[in-house]
Design a protein around this ligand. Structure first.
Ligand SMILES: Cc1ncc(COP(=O)(O)O)c(C=O)c1O
Length: 477
């Protein structure tokens, strides 16, 4: 045996490196929480970052020195001033489970390549189904992200449409389409195009001033589309939208879909987790009417990326998404083989995702999800009040969730100038590195966008951020 291979798999080296690495990460977590730690990220341009890591000095770093230097150049998602994207500061217990998944590397496609995590995956799905309000007929699985989960659910919807097996027969010469609001995440549009529906296959529902789908527009667009010969096989509701965290009228959309006998899918990648919050779950009222729901665990449920739960109201429908047989792997499925997950999932091999969610429930109780979601949505309200009472700030809309979009402006400026100024403010904030916030386009204008993802963020950080924006903005005029 080559010495090199022995060294790679040396248990003692692994033990030592593992201890050192956990110490490094625990120090990092401790440091992230310190008030005096001001830096969320040290921004460098992509080219500069590449040049830095292309140097001998950095490439010669090994072990903990390497990890330390690499982590220093990452965005610190555990930092209280990291309020940009919708990504969890992962719960340490979930990150440890992630390491176990990476190390055990059971591929999960078939039962014997992941027996215990397969059983645990079923338990995790049951927790989600119950929170949604589904009965025992529900079922589902975990998959690699909201984008893939939405595509998978929509493929199921299309395959079950009018009991035609499109998976086998194709959909030539048919004008199939789905309906979704103009604020939906771009992955729904992408899913439609992947399914061969083309641009025309996405029929947009207009939104109101809170960026929620308008029922009148849904009804009117549905009529127009069907008059034009489109076959609508799915309606998608957002709970909530990516840009502003707005919840579509889920109950009404669900009832409309039922009336027309169309599949109703809820994209709850961000805000579906609200079903775990006693205080806020009414935002997603009617979610149990959905034929399928997705919820990202790496967004609002403290798990490391990437991990999404796809739950079907009638779990057995998921077996009809892919009716193709991979004979070397899967048995003929005369009856459901819930334990061979690749029958239903897009992935063949996937991570042992279930343990990342289960570890949180197991260690901290399901109530942890209630605490996390409720705290973040409460903070959304706190930040809203602060912005609302400040002169020279305006919100895109009153937030329903933990996502806030707003602009700094000066009296007399037109919208174009305000957009430009906010672009510039965001750029400067990114380069300074004390806060991480992002931007978005709404009604053709640039807004600063913040997503409060850290339960340890407080009013103080919001005040400092607004002061900073005000300072940068006032120097620009
Ligand atoms: C509403 C919504 N749907 C879907 C997605 C895509 O999810 P993922 O990034 O897990 O693929 C996002 C991501 O931001 C989202 O906000």
């Amino acid at each position: 045996m080559q010495e090199k291979l022995k060294e790679i798999y040396d248990p003692q080296k692994f033990r030592k490196d593992g201890h050192d690495l956990i110490d490094l990460l625990a120090d990092y977590l401790e440091n992230s929480k310190k008030i005096e730690n001001k830096e969320v990220l040290e921004f460098q341009s992509p080219d500069k970052m590449y040049q830095k890591w292309n140097q001998e000095k950095f490439q010669s770093l090994k072990g903990m020195e390497f990890y330390k230097a690499m982590i220093d150049d990452c965005t610190n998602v555990h930092h209280r001033q990291c309020i940009g994207h919708q990504i969890s500061p992962p719960a340490p217990t979930s990150a440890l489970a992630s390491l176990v998944s990476a190390f055990m590397n059971n591929g999960m496609g078939v039962y014997e390549m992941g027996s215990s995590p397969t059983a645990i995956e079923r338990l995790v799905v049951e927790v989600f189904a119950k929170a949604i309000g589904y009965d025992n007929a529900a079922g589902g699985f975990l998959t690699s992200g909201g984008t893939l989960a939405n595509l998978t659910a929509l493929l199921t919807a299309r395959n079950l449409y009018k009991e035609k097996n499109i998976w086998e027969e194709g959909s030539r010469n048919r004008k199939l389409a789905l309906m979704v609001s103009d604020q939906a995440h771009y992955c729904v549009d992408r899913a439609a195009r992947i399914m061969g529906l083309g641009k025309e296959g996405v029929i947009h529902i207009k939104t109101n001033d809170q960026f929620q789908a308008k029922m009148e527009s849904l009804e009117e667009a549905y009529k127009r589309a069907t008059d034009e010969g489109f076959e609508i096989f799915a309606i998608v509701g957002s709970a909530g939208t990516t840009s502003t965290g707005s919840y579509d009228p889920i109950e009404q959309m669900g009832s409309f879909a039922k009336e027309k006998n169309i599949w109703f899918h809820v994209d709850g990648a961000h805000g579906g987790a609200v079903v775990f919050s006693e205080k806020y779950k009414t935002l997603a009222n009617g979610i149990s009417l959905a034929d399928s729901v997705i919820i990202d665990c790496h967004k609002m449920l403290m798990a490391p990326a990437i991990l999404t739960t796809l739950i079907y109201k009638e779990g057995n429908k998921a077996y009809q998404t892919f009716s193709q047989d991979a004979k070397y792997l899967l048995q003929q499925h005369e009856e459901e083989q819930w334990y061979d997950i690749a029958l239903r999932s897009f992935e063949c091999t996937k991570e042992m995702m279930s343990i990342k969610v289960y570890s949180i429930i197991n260690e901290h109780g399901e109530g942890a999800f209630n605490d996390f979601v409720t705290r973040l949505y409460d903070l959304g309200d706190v930040f809203y009040e602060l912005i609302n009472e400040r002169k020279n700030f305006r919100l895109a809309t009153k937030p329903q969730a933990n996502i806030l979009c707003f602009q700094y402006y000066q009296e007399g400026m037109d919208d174009v100038r305000i957009s430009k100024m906010n672009e510039e403010i965001r750029k400067q904030i990114l380069q300074e590195g004390q806060f991480y916030i992002v931007k978005t386009q709404l009604n053709g204008q640039t807004y600063l966008r913040t997503t409060i993802m850290n339960p340890f963020t407080t009013k103080n950080e919001f005040v400092s951020l607004l002061n900073k924006i005000e300072k940068i903005g006032s120097q620009m005029t």
